[in-house]
Each structure stands twice: as C-alpha cells, then as structure tokens.
Design a protein around this ligand. Structure first.
Ligand code: HEC
Ligand code: HEC
Length: 299
C-alpha cells in the first residue's frame, strides 16, 4: 500500500514537470542569434520582368512519379471540389470559380503567388497562419463547409498542387499578380447603380436572381456559379467584403472582360452583392447573424 502511494506520488511529480512549458529560445540559443548573415541581394533575383507575370509550369509537365500523382489529385480537387473534395464542401462552388484558370490567373488570387508567402500574419485570424490554415479558411467560408485536417489526403494534395505550380518562385516575395487588383473609391458606393450594372453586365451569366446556372448534364456544380443564395459563399468569406469583391470583379468580371469597369462601378456591384442573402457567418451565433449587419460592409 505504501509503495503504491509512493509510486503515485512519483507519477504526479513527473507529470507536473512534463507539463511545464519550455522556453524555445532558452533551449535553442543558436536560433535566436544567427551566426551567419544572409546575403540580401539573393532576394532581388527577378523571376519576372517588369510588366510581366510569373508563368507556372504546364499541366502536361506534371512529373510521372509519386509526387506527380499527388499533384494531379490536388488539381482535381481544385477544379472540381464538388466531386473530389465533396466531404468538406457545403455549397455549390469549386476553388477555381474564384481562383480562375485552375489557380493560375494573375489578379485572380493565383496559387503560385500565395504559396511562397506563408506562414504569414493574417489580421482576420489575428495570428500567423500556415498555407494549410489559409486553405482551411477558404473551405470554411468560401465553400461554406468544414476545414480538412492539415494532414488529410485532400490537404496534402492541394498543397502539392500549389507547390508544383510555384516552381521557381522565390520564398517570401510578393509577386506581381498576387491577390486581385488595388482599387480606389471616389464616391460612396450605390446599390441602385450596382443593380443596374448587375442586370446589364452580369445577369446574362449569373442569372437575374444571382443564383447561377447548373450544368445541364448531371455533373455537380455550376457552369455559371451563384453570387448569392444558399449555394454561394457565406458571410464570413473574403468575397463577402464589399472591397474584396470589388477588387476581384474589377480584375476579372465580366468574364473575359476584366479591367473594363471603373473602380466605383466595381464597388457598386460589390455592395449590391453584399446586401443579398447568403449562408450565415459560422463564427457567429444565430441571434447575431439575424440581428446584426453581416461583416464585410463598406469601410
Ligand atoms: C467564393 C470565392 C472563393 C472560393 C470558392 C475559394 N476561394 Fe480562396 N480566396 C478567395 C478570396 C476572396 C481570397 C483572398 C481573401 C482576402 O483577400 O481576404 C482567397 C485566398 C486564398 C488563398 C491565399 C491567397 C493569397 O494570395 O494569400 C489560398 C491559398 C486560397 N484562397 C485557396 C483556396 C482553395 C484551395 C479553395 C478551394 C478549396 C478556395 N481558395 C476557394 C476566394 C475564394
Ligand atoms: C460570360 C459570362 C459571365 C459574365 C458576363 C460574368 N461572369 Fe462572373 N463568372 C463567370 C464564370 C464562368 C465564373 C466561374 C469561373 C470559373 O470557374 O472559371 C464566374 C465567377 C464569378 C465570381 C466568383 C464565383 C462566385 O460565384 O462567387 C464572381 C463574384 C463573379 N463571377 C461576379 C461577376 C460579376 C459581378 C459580373 C458582372 C460585372 C460577372 N461576374 C459577369 C461568368 C461570367
């Protein structure tokens, strides 16, 4: 009996010791003060000339090996998330509906311009996020779904696809074409003007009701994706910010006619999209969702 008590005591003491947090700098002092200085001119090697965009490798060049197999799976998930990422998706969208041309198109948040920039501090998360965590957010909000674990087969494949697309991109450098395009407002955005522009420039593809058009065969997903309604991105998505939507629209819409709207027109349409109904912000309670204005309005 006494021996058992002593043993229990020992186990308790040792577990308290283990639970103590280690100071990472104390155990690894060499990381705190690097001995070598890194030549800074390395970071200025150009991968694109002024006025040009980085060109990612071609699909035909995906290597014929195990890595290439994973890249192909990642590409499938990216372009047909409805089929290959089904268990994580809550709406009717695919990644490529917003990250155009399979995540290659400059000014449509191309994967090759993002991959080398993570881990990065994100205001939305109020912490440094990894590339995987950034992808999880698009699943939760843009696809109104649930986040795949960072070591799930889907996540590993998506990361492999982004890694392959980014071959030759320097790490930690913001390349031209990242994200969408900067815009400036010169007046208060107007929903009335947004509605007129929507009806004349967008409704032909996205529908008068904004609910898009499904494929005519039984393929999952939309030929022309919805801009609002139950099958669209949710209120917490980046695209539900008037400004972010306007930046995307300015650079990419109407499809094939990017950079034809003025900044103010893009903001008008962004605001018109924002006032429509769409899935709730999953970070908020039902009450807050019903009674508070959704996030992402005009700043
Ligand atoms: C409804 C549109 C939409 C869909 C669908 C979507 N995204 Fe995004 N994604 C965005 C927007 C908007 C941003 C930029 C967010 C911002 O500026 O706050 C973004 C940003 C990203 C970034 C970071 C880009 C950068 O330059 O830092 C990655 C990576 C990403 N998305 C991956 C994905 C993946 C993978 C999927 C599919 C699982 C997906 N996205 C689906 C809209 C979308
Ligand atoms: C010629 C048809 C066409 C027109 C016109 C058009 N779009 Fe699109 N739009 C598309 C297609 C197709 C996609 C998906 C692209 C893909 O999957 O490659 C898309 C994607 C989008 C997306 C991101 C995906 C989503 O569903 O949220 C937004 C936002 C968008 N369009 C807004 C607009 C706005 C605003 C206009 C008018 C200024 C417009 N579009 C005009 C065809 C069109």
């Amino acid at each position: 009996m006494k021996l058992q008590l002593i043993l229990l005591w020992l186990i308790l003491i040792s577990s308290i010791g283990l639970a103590q947090e280690l100071d990472p700098l104390e155990v690894r002092p060499s990381l705190a003060t690097p001995r070598l200085s890194i030549p800074t001119n390395l970071t200025t090697v150009p991968v694109v000339n002024p006025g040009e965009y980085f060109v990612p490798p071609y699909v035909e060049d995906i290597p014929d090996d195990n890595f290439g197999e994973l890249v192909k799976i990642g590409r499938n998930i990216f372009v047909n998330t409805q089929k290959y990422g089904k268990r994580y998706v809550g709406n009717g969208l695919n990644c490529t509906n917003c990250h155009l041309s399979e995540g290659r198109k400059a000014n449509a948040a191309p994967l090759w311009a993002a991959y080398g920039l993570y881990p990065m501090y994100r205001h939305k998360n109020k912490e440094v996020v990894t590339f995987e965590e950034r992808i999880q957010d698009c699943f939760k909000y843009s696809l109104d779904g649930i986040a795949p674990m960072v070591d799930s087969p889907e996540m590993e494949a998506l990361v492999a696809y982004a890694h392959w697309l980014s071959k030759g991109v320097p790490v930690g450098i913001a390349l031209p074409g990242r994200g969408f395009t900067p815009i400036k407002k010169t007046r208060t955005p107007s929903t009335e003007n947004g509605e007129i522009l929507y009806k004349t420039q967008c409704a032909i593809c996205h529908g008068k009701d904004g609910l898009g058009y499904k494929y005519e065969d039984d393929r999952p997903g939309y030929m022309f994706p919805p801009l609002w309604g139950p099958d669209s991105f949710n209120r917490a998505a980046g695209m539900n910010k008037v400004k972010t939507a306007a930046q995307f629209i300015k650079a990419n819409m109407p499809l094939g006619k990017g950079f034809t709207l003025t900044d103010d027109e893009a903001l008008d349409i962004g605001l018109y999209m924002w006032i429509q109904s769409r899935p709730y912000d999953p970070r908020r309670s039902i009450i807050t969702n019903i009674f508070m204005p959704p996030p992402g309005g005009c700043e």
